[in-house]
Design a protein around this ligand. Structure first.
Ligand SMILES: Nc1ncnc2c1ncn2[C@@H]1O[C@H](COP(=O)(O)OP(=O)(O)OP(=O)(O)O)[C@@H](O)[C@H]1O
Length: 328
């Protein structure tokens, strides 16, 4: 469904010198800076896949999604979505995909969402029956029927995002690009949006590429992730591989009773960190967890002990750090 080959986008921006004289100097001699926002990115995504697109701030995720949506042109490389070249901006392609930007509003701020939907029906030329059936289904799934006639400006962030999703899906796109759809939402709304996306993808087999800084979104929705950093792809594969075997470690946390453990206590394996609340946190190789737990329990009185997976956030940031180290 999506084929991307060596997709590159270079932004050239004017580099203003600081201060007044810097501005004056810039009138005569302009210096430019180049940013390779996407740098030879290649991947392919099958129909119905739900893929996570990860990377730190400024990695090039939004730029890539914008190129796939035809909003900006690539500097070089090619992209094909369902056989279309997005940069040609053909009408048939516009009917086939949708882009949701969590940080931007696409609905009319002063109108109730219902009226924006009616306008979109006219823009896409949707048959009334199909429009009604789709709208009813989406409104029920997202539970926003009672808010359809409220001005968008008066909706909560979560309600607004739900309306944005409805607006994006009214024309039943086969491909959906989601750029941080849960940003700023409270945990309840995040969960509602996540569950909706999961059900929607399963039911309609819509191909979805999702960027999010919330790892809970990625781990509950995507089996596969593509990770980019500084515009370059650094990982493409199963989430499990980086989240499980990739990390090779588990976290053991315990709270010693006052004075039960000497200050210089060290685990048999792994590293220990004392937290502010007096808890001791250990990163232990997965196969040594039993030995370390026996050592703790035999070492003194503890109030609580837990064993957890390393959070996905930590594994991904370790991946970026390793990558940056290798590039140096
Ligand atoms: N229109 C533009 N002009 C100049 N530089 C740009 C432009 N758009 C993006 N960039 C630069 O390209 C790089 C990639 O930006 P992009 O928005 O794609 O990152 P991102 O991975 O989506 O980041 P975030 O997670 O913070 O949203 C950044 O260094 C950014 O400053």
């Amino acid at each position: 469904m999506i084929e991307v080959e060596n997709l590159t986008r270079v932004f050239r921006t004017y580099k203003k010198q600081p201060g007044f004289w810097g501005g004056v100097k810039g009138l005569f001699k302009r210096e430019f800076e180049e940013t390779r926002a996407a740098d030879g990115v290649s991947f392919s995504i099958k129909e119905g896949e739900f893929v996570g697109f990860l990377g730190p701030n400024g990695a090039g995720k939004t730029t890539t999604l914008k190129m796939l949506s035809g909003l900006i042109y690539p500097t070089s490389g090619t992209a094909r979505v369902a056989g279309f070249d997005p940069s040609r901006r053909e009408n048939a392609y516009r009917r086939l995909f949708a882009l949701v930007l969590g940080q931007k509003n696409q609905l009319w701020w002063d109108l109730p969402a219902q009226e924006s939907f009616t306008l979109l029906r006219a823009i896409y030329g949707l048959p009334p029956d199909q429009f009604k059936a789709t709208l009813d289904e989406l409104v029920t799934l997202l539970n926003v029927g009672h808010k359809l006639n409220v001005q968008v400006r008066e909706l909560s962030l979560g309600e607004r995002m739900k309306m944005e999703l409805i607006a994006a899906l009214l024309h039943r796109p086969r491909v959906l690009f989601l750029d941080e759809p849960t940003i700023g939402l409270d945990v309840v709304s995040q969960k509602a949006v996540r569950e909706f996306l999961r059900d929607y993808n399963r039911k309609h087999r819509t191909t979805i590429l999702l960027t999010s800084h919330y790892m809970a979104d990625i781990s509950s929705l995507c089996e596969r992730v593509i990770v980019i950093d500084h515009g370059k792809k650094i990982y493409d594969g199963d989430l499990d591989r980086i989240a499980g075997a990739g990390s090779g470690k588990r976290i053991v946390k315990f709270k010693p009773r006052d004075g039960a453990f000497p200050a210089d206590w060290k685990p048999l394996h792994g590293e220990a960190k004392v937290c502010e609340d007096g808890e001791i946190l250990l990163h232990v190789p997965s196969d040594k967890v039993t030995a370390v737990c026996s050592q703790i329990l035999g070492g003194g009185a503890v109030d609580d002990i837990t064993i957890q997976d390393v959070p996905l956030e930590d594994i991904i940031s370790e991946l970026f750090t390793r990558q940056q180290g290798a590039a140096r």
